[in-house]
Design a protein around this ligand. Structure first.
Ligand code: CP
Length: 301
């Protein structure tokens, strides 16, 4: 039995399986056999992840148990563990959790009889975001082998950077980081390049916003940050013809990228969001299958 907590746990074969099933989810109508409840426990704000999980769960035919931290018994001091155990006890078949702690799942993993999905852990990992990012890259290039992927921005505080660096390396891509001083992550052994070098050599440029909610320091001015470390119009013109731009969003327009580039021809930012539904359907379907729930009713759209 396994949970979906970190891309460090994923082999190339299991990532391949997720990507292939995501494509199947995109092309076919797939629903689970029986009636299942998904509990979405978001202790941090979210638009994309929360809503795409909700859509994915509904597409799979699941009932969605919502959770509002402010009106829950967390306000009376209930712990994450007791909250999760409560949802398990009342019949949830799957937990989706986002939390500000980097390793919140240490409190839960191995202690529940239902699968847990990490929907974002502080500045630790965001593995479902990584799968939708890889799906977007796979749709574009058909392979990861020897692709140059530059991840640029606040690497140190980005769970997306951490999950993607591991998953992309597992799949055979070359990963480079570009970061302003103070945003490097010494715990990860990947080469750093300048934003100019990154734009010149990458096949995929993955931009990140400054994670202000995770640190008080780093008082960069928006205009100077864009000019010194961001994707300007001039840098975009120097990218290879086939190169694409990703961003997990939300985008701070005019800070890490020129606002005119958010929906430019190279941008796949809204495609990533669309793919989030299919990647999350695939992940939940695989997990529930592992835990003994089979899916059925596959029909072409
Ligand atoms: N990319 C991402 O996790 O977005 P949300 O914070 O809106 O879920």
């Amino acid at each position: 039995m396994w949970d979906f907590l970190s891309t460090r746990d994923l082999s190339a074969a299991s990532i391949d399986n997720i990507l292939n099933l995501s494509e199947e989810m995109r092309c076919n109508q797939v629903s689970l056999s029986g009636k299942y409840f998904a509990a979405n426990l978001f202790f941090e704000s979210s638009t994309r992840t929360k809503m795409s999980f909700q859509v994915a769960e509904k597409k799979l035919g699941m009932d969605v148990l919502d959770f509002q931290m402010e009106t829950s018994s967390m306000a009376k001091g209930e712990s994450l563990y007791d909250t999760a155990r409560t949802y398990e006890a009342i019949g949830a078949d799957l937990l989706v959790v986002r939390h500000a702690f980097d390793h919140w799942y240490g409190e839960l993993a191995g202690k529940l009889s239902i699968p847990i999905i990490n929907a974002g852990a502080g500045k630790g990992e965001h593995p479902t975001q990584s799968m939708l990012d890889l799906l977007t890259i796979y749709q574009e290039f058909g392979s990861f082998k020897h692709l140059n992927v530059a991840i640029a921005g606040d690497i140190k505080h980005s769970r997306v950077a951490h999950s993607n660096a591991h998953a992309l390396t597992t799949m055979g891509a070359n990963v480079y980081f570009a970061a302003a001083p103070g945003f490097e992550d010494d715990s990860l052994d990947f080469p750093y390049v300048s934003i100019d070098e990154a734009c010149g050599m990458c096949d995929v440029l993955m931009l990140l916003r400054i994670q202000h909610e995770r640190h008080a320091a780093a008082s960069y001015q928006a205009t100077s940050y864009l000019a010194d470390y961001g994707l300007t119009m001039e840098r975009e013109r120097r990218m290879q013809d086939h190169a694409i731009i990703l961003h997990p969003a939300p985008v701070n327009r005019g800070v890490e990228m020129d606002t005119r580039l958010v929906e430019c021809a190279r941008s796949r930012i809204f495609k990533q969001m669309e793919n989030g539904v299919y990647a999350r359907m695939a992940i939940m379907s695989i997990l529930l299958n592992e835990w003994g729930v089979n899916h059925e009713n596959i029909t072409e759209k």
